[in-house]
Design a protein around this ligand. Sequence first.
Ligand SMILES: [Fe+2]
Ligand SMILES: [Fe+2]
Length: 170
Amino acid sequence: MDHPDCTDHLTDDALHAMIRAMPLKITDALLAEHVVFHNLFDHLERTLPHLKSLAEVRALAGVMEALVQAHGQVEDELILAPLDHCIAQLGQQEPFHEEHEEIGESLRQALKASTLREARRCLQKAVLESRSHFDKEERILFPMAEKLLKTKTLATLAETWKKQRKAITG
Ligand SMILES: [Fe+2]
Ligand SMILES: [Fe+2]
């Protein structure tokens, strides 16, 4: 059964004009990255209990470390730094920085572990810490950014994000 979209009555030109009038915000960009991470965390939670070798767990920890580190750096620069003065007043700054560190530490321990059991335990810990951290960002940090930063600032930060991503993808 067809469900007509509410934009069906618009011409393509009108639709494109609407889209141009709503520039991408940095919070939208970071939320889109979060969706990829939620899929990665689901995959890790499903597969980790069944892995039989230390090398496999280390390989997954390496992938997660590279992705989480890149994402955390972008957040430090494009969300936490612009909000610095506001979140310092609210006493919220330290948890976000500290949690990036904590997750990184759990992943480094998974990479250093000498037994399958220990590597799996550290990677599972990193996934749990990440789930909680991402949830806090989605519930607290991103809405706070949308409330405290101007729409133009959110869009300018998204442009910087696009340029950084383009430099990576070429
Ligand atoms: Fe983060
Ligand atoms: Fe995040």
